[in-house]
Structures are given as C-alpha cells and as structure tokens.
Design a binder for this molecule. Structure first.
Ligand SMILES: Cc1ncc(COP(=O)(O)O)c(C=O)c1O
Length: 416
C-alpha cells in the first residue's frame, strides 16, 4: 500500500474517500518493469505477442467496413449481446451453464470488482478475503471504506475452519458482512487452488450466514496440470442456490488492452450493476466488444489458449526449477498448476520490500508480499510472476535474486 507524498494545493477539497484510495504497488512497479534492462517478475503481463495480429487486423477492418457507424457509437449498458453468447461458450468450457440475461460486461475484471464494491459496501462493512489476496480487489474494497478481514490460506486455499470460526464470531457481534472474495483457481497472488471440499464448505458457510461469495476466475482456463475443479458458481447453481457472484475477464484469455470483463449474478444485483455502469462509464467500449466477438467467433481462439498454456507452463517449470536449484535453505514457494504466479516465502527476518531495492539495482523486479495483505503482514513474502519473461531471463533473474537473498541471510547470521 503506498500513497504518494507530494504537495497538493487542493487537498482540502477532496472527499474523505480519497483517504482510502491507494496506488497499487503493482502499477508503480510496472513503470519499472517497462525498462528493457529489468527482468520483471512483477506485473502479470499476458504474452499478447502470441496472438495473430494479422487476424486482429482483419477483424478490425471487417467491423469498420460493415458496421463502422454502430461499432463507434454508444452501446447497451448491459453489454453487446452477441459477445455474451461467446462468453457463455467460454464459461461452458469451465462447466458453467448460464444465459445471456445473467451476464453484464464490464471494462475489465477490475471494473467488475469496483462496481460490486460500489453497490454492496457502506463504510465499515466487512469483506472477507483469502489472505494474501489480489491487491486490486483490496484497493477497490478499501476505497469504499470496507473493513477487510483476511483469512489465511494453505496449499488447498482459504482455511475453512478459521473462516467458520471467524464467521461465528462476527455473527455473534451482528457484524455487517457483505461477501467473501475468492480467486479459487491459481490465485493471484499465491498461485494456490481451492480444493473441491473447501469450495463446498465455503458455499455451505455462505448459505448458513446468508452472505454472498464473490468468485473471481481470470485464470481457470490457464491450467497446466491436473483436471479442472468445478467453480463455486457451478456448485451453487446445481444445488439451486443464489449465493455466488461470478466474475471473469478476457484479459488473460485474449488481451488486457481490450478491457473486457464480465459479471454473472442474480438479476436484482445485475440491475444495480447496470445503474452503476450508467453512472460511471455509460457503456463498455462498443468497438472492443465487437472485436472480441469476432475473435471468439473463430474456433481458433481455442488454439491460442493452447499456445498460451504451452508458453506459460514452460515458464512456470523453468522458474520452479531455477528456484529449486538456486534458492537457499529456509526459503519456500508455492507450486501452482496454472495461472501466472508463484508465492515466495523467505526467513522471517528478511523484508522483501527492503530487498527489492537491491533487486532492482541488479535489474530484477517482483512485488513485495505486504501489497497483498490488508493488515501489513507478508513482509518476508513476495509474488513472482512467471508469465512475462522468457525462460532464459527467468533463469538469470532467479539466480540474481538467489544471490541477493543468500547474501542477506549470511549478513543476518554474522550478527547472531
Ligand atoms: C484476480 C484478478 N482479478 C481481476 C483482475 C483484473 O482484471 P482486468 O485486467 O481484466 O481488469 C486481475 C488482473 O490481474 C486479477 O488477477
């Protein structure tokens, strides 16, 4: 969490809300990772170069030629209907059955988070998250003045026995809990996947306590090992429930530059979301949605996913191997089966924010763990994105990081 300290003449005019708006450390770091000399394990940047730019050019030309006027016009606030038919196909592959009327498109997954925060959160309301959690979600919830309660994770995702105890305690205090936010598949930042048993348990708890689950699933289709696990939304729908809001994005399946995400939720919630869209952006980019529609109308989009999977799986294996070969005793890391991220833990006496300065001086960047905790924990942890760099640079960057960490451990031990 960081706030830029500059003299601001207009400070007395700002709303109280700005006190709770923080710059994402990831975005700050992205400016660094743009430097070509930096080996970046910081932002989760998809390999957009693997897309066929020629094909995109063809789609864009076709749209402008046949529907130029409509595609450059304002569109429906609920989203471009034909694109929704494609989103349904995407979700079906993940086992989720839904209809166009249950979907609203958003400007990326991030706007879905912001809109949901906007319609659910009053100052002081409680949002429960896995801990560590996606920093973009924490920032959205905080900006609406939510009180965030983080529940620890292990290798099977959020610890449901701690969650159950916490819900009971909060229930006894009649706290205003709004929803539980989870990234069940290859979580950002930890790379961990929530087990089926725990998905069922979280759902049972949400039903018992009459709260929602916000299931955020940008990475589910980017699985490199094992079989998919049903989404919580699917489990909920099959048992006739209405406790899950499902959000996803085309940022990792297609390209983040188009800024297309979506929300699947019960209708009364969608009606409020539409009002939220109307007061913030009127409608999602008509042009982007039409390009995405063309892209997902060509069955070869599945080949592109296979291509993405091949690239990322190789990068993940390279990073895992390099960590094993170079990192010293006392360090550990998660072993994701998909997604973009590995979670690193260093000995308790090391601070990843402090080490970052040395790392950047040596041309390597990552995100310090504390960015993903609402309560300032995670000072000896870090998120390493394996999706961005090629295998050669991953090996080089991990060796550099390992040498810095070994040096820090040696220094610490010399003082003991
Ligand atoms: C878990 C999670 N949710 C939401 C988002 C935001 O997605 P988008 O880039 O589509 O706004 C991200 C982006 O990295 C993410 O990892």
């Amino acid at each position: 969490m960081s706030k830029k300290i500059t003299f601001d003449y207009w400070k007395h005019l700002y709303s109280n809300r700005t006190e709770y708006m923080f710059s994402s450390e990831i975005r700050d770091l992205l400016s660094l990772s743009a430097r070509p000399d930096i080996i970046s394990f910081s932002g989760g940047l998809p390999e957009v170069k693997a897309l066929s730019f020629q094909r995109l050019e063809r789609y864009i030309k076709r749209i402008l030629k046949t529907n130029g006027d409509i595609s450059l016009q304002y569109g429906e606030s609920e989203g471009y209907y034909p694109l929704k038919t494609k989103l349904i196909e995407v979700m079906k592959i993940e086992g989720l059955d839904t209809v166009e009327e249950d979907i609203i498109t958003t400007t990326g997954g991030q706007q879905a988070l912001d809109l949901l925060a906007k319609i659910f959160i009053n100052p002081g309301d409680i949002i429960i998250t896995e801990s560590p959690a996606y920093t973009g979600a924490l920032n959205s919830f905080r900006s609406y003045e939510a009180k965030i309660i983080g529940i620890p994770q292990d290798q099977n995702g959020i610890d449901t026995s701690i969650l159950e105890k916490k819900l009971k305690e909060l229930g006894n205090k009649k706290a205003r809990i709004k929803f539980i936010y989870l990234v069940p598949n290859f979580s950002n930042p930890s790379g961990v996947t929530l087990s089926l048993q725990r998905r069922k348990k979280v759902l049972e708890l949400a039903k018992n306590y009459n709260i929602m689950i916000l299931e955020d699933n940008p990475y589910g289709m980017l699985r490199y090992e094992d079989k998919p696990i049903p989404t919580i939304k699917e489990l909920d729908s099959k048992s006739g429930g209405h406790n899950v809001i499902y959000i996803s994005t085309l940022s990792k399946l297609f390209a983040p530059g188009f800024r297309i995400g979506w929300i699947v939720a019960p209708h009364p919630i969608l009606e409020n979301i539409i009002l939220g869209i109307q007061s913030s952006i009127l409608c999602v980019s008509t042009f982007s949605q039409r390009i995405a529609y063309e892209y997902f109308s060509d069955p070869s989009w599945r080949d592109n996913i296979d291509e993405f999977i091949k690239i990322y799986a190789k990068r993940k294996d390279t990073m895992t191997r390099a960590l094993k070969e170079n990192f010293p005793e006392g360090t550990s890391w998660s072993t994701p089966k998909g997604g973009f991220f590995i979670w690193l833990k260093l000995p308790h006496y090391l601070n990843t924010k402090e080490i970052l300065a040395d790392a950047v001086r040596n041309n390597v960047a990552y995100v310090p763990g504390s960015a993903f905790y609402a309560d300032g924990k995670g000072t000896n942890e870090a998120r390493l994105a394996f999706c961005t760099e090629n295998t050669e640079r991953i090996e080089k960057g991990i060796k550099i990081l390992a040498d810095i960490i070994k040096e820090k451990i040696k220094l610490y031990k010399s003082f003991k």
